[in-house]
Design a protein. Structure first.
Lengths: 296, 474
């Protein structure tokens, strides 16, 4: 890393660990793998997440989901905005990590981090609006008040983009949590370090532990278990480059009828918010002489 | 007790002896000549024969739909598309009596349901979606939504015409063309609908109807369609989701359910009893969103059960074409066998069974309304979809326990809540993991109201503004 250091002082290097349930554990497997720049410079060792780490992360996400969805939309918005504030303050660090990871020019890397900050701000503003934009009252042909609201699916597994390791990850995670889902995200396999550092931003943004869980490791190893996990409600395959693996993961996800976002799907921010929500419609009789029971 | 009165609908509608496949605006026989019979489940007599579509027929229908989508229906203005759909809605209303009787005969459901619910609601779906055809840019899904192309649709036998309307009306409004497979046991109203499309001068190829069984459905799913829309069992939905993995095909699924109908101690008991009856015995319980698990608060359980049994005693089981009939015939021998097997496991696992002492006709497929008490969550009758007139009764002590039990299922289609307290309704509705929640009512449906499930009950909605998402590329 191109860090300026005082002559003669030994720099303190960071151990890159997972972010699960609001804590920073190593892989339970004790494994790690070396991460390098595109030019071959060794950057750090990252934890190599196992199947068990994936399951722990899903358990943490499940535990956090109901309370997170139960928070007010206003509070979820403020927390996402807080994450943007935290990231803004550390933009330089993330630009450096991103430049190291991707080989991008420093200026371009900073631009990407700034774009990521702006996306967090964008989704912070969505939390208390998408419900009115997507839902509403329905004029049914009978004496009923009938309304539809989008609700979070639950726990979403995200295989984050491989070559867009920071902005791509935030673009996948932010809409999912904005709507009250919780997320287990598997960072870019070869460029996981900015994503792992992003866990530190979230940890200092009042985001409850477990709402976002960040793993680093091999998609081919961990993703099949996430796709098959019965407590995962949706899976984002954006970062699965191998078409055969993507197809296998989609088939595994079909076993419990998960909602699947296929690789290569793009969309507006509203499309992404819709992706991880499902509509609930509530009927209520209106009027005193309700024919409530039905036709018998 | 009143005597049975003859229904004015007891005149047989014009049912042909044989129906072909409806491809590109024409009826034709299957390429391989395959034929099957459709049986009236209340008499076990064959009603008519019908061609069974094979792979070659599926390919021909999809090709016709593709050509129609690209050259006629897709380029047509929304206003004109809408006018065709309005015309279909009006024709359905005009021929409502005929469709209602035919549906009753082919399906076994009571005429009062086909007459008052299935057919009018089907017409409403066409009327509702007709109005969307030139307003799609206002649906809030993007300023320039595009049709997906050709849609393959597979529907179940429980609401044959209504499920057809739920599938075809939004697909056509959004500029798609369709190839639809009706259920093996109930193709009649879909074929009559094909005739109605001819009468409406709908351009050839826009709607194609392919009767058949599972193999026909599988061929349709595997064909060159852009999207598959399926309503049916979770097992088949899972198989479809697997088979389209790795393709570009889109998918919406409306699958099984095991809905909880929760009765709190402050519920209006008489209304709740009506709702429980409607929830599980409507359409012989052949309803994916049926309130098949009654969760009743312990303090009122005895009273609710007593009144429920007294009410069920008055239900009339028998001739579907009699307008006084409440519960008609079970749709098929196969389904009757499934219901019997599952109810036997209920008794075997220690639940207490109760049935009213009503006579059943000698011929046909019948099952008495059945109430199981002393049901535990681990029993198969509490976990599995029976799809028949069988209610499992469980109790709870606290609202939290009710919600926990209601959500203790891989399904998530519907739920019911009975209480006089508005805040409790909203509290419960928010916590229930279901796509549709009925408060102080049950089994209400409307073209303007999105319907569909969560979890293993599938994904996607039908009806309402939200239902358009399933048929648009935005």
């Amino acid at each position: 890393m191109s860090k300026k250091a005082t002559a003669g002082r030994l720099r303190v290097k960071k151990t890159y660990k997972l972010y699960v349930g609001g804590k920073f554990p190593r892989s339970e497997s004790g494994r790690s793998y070396p991460v390098s720049s595109p030019d071959g410079t060794e950057l750090a060792n990252a934890a190599l997440a196992s199947r068990k780490d994936g399951r722990d992360a899903v358990a943490a996400a499940r535990k956090a989901q109901r309370p997170w969805a139960g928070q007010t939309a206003y509070l979820r918005g403020q927390i996402l905005y807080r994450a943007a504030e935290m990231l803004e303050g550390r933009a330089g660090q993330f630009a450096e990590e991103l430049a190291d990871a991707t080989g991008a020019e420093a200026g371009a890397a900073l631009g990407t981090v700034e774009a990521a900050i702006d996306r967090l701000v964008h989704y912070a503003g969505w939390t208390d609006k998408y419900t009115s934009v997507l839902g509403g009252a329905n004029p049914v042909a009978g004496p009923y008040f009938n309304h539809t609201t989008p609700e979070p699916l639950g726990v979403i597994a995200v295989i984050a983009p491989q070559d867009d390791p920071f902005l791509g990850l935030i673009e996948a995670v932010a809409p999912a949590i904005a709507t009250g889902n919780t997320v287990v995200v598997l960072a870019s396999e070869s460029k996981p370090l900015p994503a792992l550092s992003f866990g530190e931003v979230l940890a200092t943004s009042d985001l409850p532990g477990g709402v976002v869980n960040v793993l680093s490791g091999r998609a081919a190893e961990v993703a099949p278990h996430l796709a098959a996990h019965a407590d995962v409600n949706g899976i984002d395959l954006s970062g699965v480059a191998d078409a055969a693996l993507a197809s296998d993961l989609e088939a595994a996800a079909a076993e419990t009828l998960k909602v699947v976002r296929r690789p290569g799907r793009s969309g507006s921010s509203l499309d992404l918010l819709r992706q991880w929500t499902e509509y609930k419609t509530v009927w209520h009789p209106a009027g005193m002489a309700a024919t409530a029971g039905g036709g018998y | 007790m009143f005597e049975y009165a003859p229904a004015p609908e007891s005149v047989r509608p014009p049912i042909r002896e044989h129906y072909g496949l409806f491809i590109d605006g024409q009826f034709r026989d299957a390429a391989d000549g395959a034929v099957f019979k459709s049986v009236n489940p209340s008499t076990e007599e064959a009603l008519f024969t019908v061609a069974e579509a094979g792979e070659a027929d599926v390919a021909a229908a999809v090709a016709a739909a593709r050509r129609a989508q690209e050259t006629v229906w897709g380029p047509m203005s929304g206003t004109e598309r809408g006018k065709y759909l309005f015309r279909i809605a009006r024709l359905l209303q005009e021929r409502a009596r005929e469709f209602a009787v035919a549906e009753s005969m082919d399906n076994g459901k009571p005429i009062k349901e086909t007459r008052d619910f299935d057919v009018p609601t089907a017409a409403q779906h066409f009327f509702y979606h007709a109005g969307w055809a030139d307003k799609l840019a206002y649906a809030g899904l993007g300023s320039d939504p595009k049709p997906l192309g050709v849609i393959g649709q597979v529907i179940p036998w429980n609401f044959p015409l209504l499920m057809l309307a739920w599938k075809i009306a939004p697909a056509l409004a959004c500029g798609n063309t369709v190839v639809l497979k009706p259920a093996e046991t109930t193709p009649l109203t879909a074929l009559m609908f094909a005739e109605l499309c001819q009468e409406a001068d709908l351009p050839p190829g826009v709607v194609n109807i392919l009767p058949g069984a599972g193999a026909t459905g599988a061929a349709l799913v595997d064909s060159a369609v852009d999207k598959v829309a399926f309503t049916g069992s979770t097992a088949v939905g899972r198989a479809i989701a697997k088979s389209i993995a790795g393709t570009k095909k889109r998918l919406t699924l409306e699958l099984g359910g095991k809905a909880a109908n929760i009765v709190f101690d402050d519920a209006p008991i008489d209304q709740a009893v009506e709702g429980i009856v409607n929830g599980i015995f409507f359409n012989q319980g052949h309803v994916c969103c049926a309130g098949s698990r009654l969760l009743v608060q312990e303090s009122v359980a005895a009273e609710v059960l007593e009144r429920l049994k007294a009410r069920v005693e008055t239900l009339r089981v028998g001739d579907p074409l009699d307008k006084n009939t409440d519960i008609g015939a079970i749709n098929s021998a196969e389904q009757l066998g499934r219901i019997r097997d599952l109810t036997e496991t209920g008794t075997g696992e220690g639940a207490e069974v109760w049935q009213p002492a009503c006579d059943l006709p000698e011929r046909g497929f019948w099952f008495r309304p059945t109430v199981f008490t002393g049901v535990q969550q681990s029993m198969r009758i509490a976990k599995e979809e029976i799809f028949g007139p069988v209610l499992s009764v469980l109790t709870f002590r606290t609202p939290d326990e009710a919600i926990a039990k209601a959500n203790n299922t891989p399904y998530g289609l519907s739920a019911g809540v009975w209480t006089e307290k508005g805040s409790k309704i909203l509290w419960a509705a928010e916590r229930l993991r279901a796509g549709v929640v009925w408060a102080n009512t049950f089994n209400q449906f409307d073209a303007a109201s999105p319907f569909g499930g969560l979890k293993e009950s599938g994904y996607g909605r039908e009806g309402g503004r939200q239902g358009l998402e399933a048929y648009l590329d935005v």
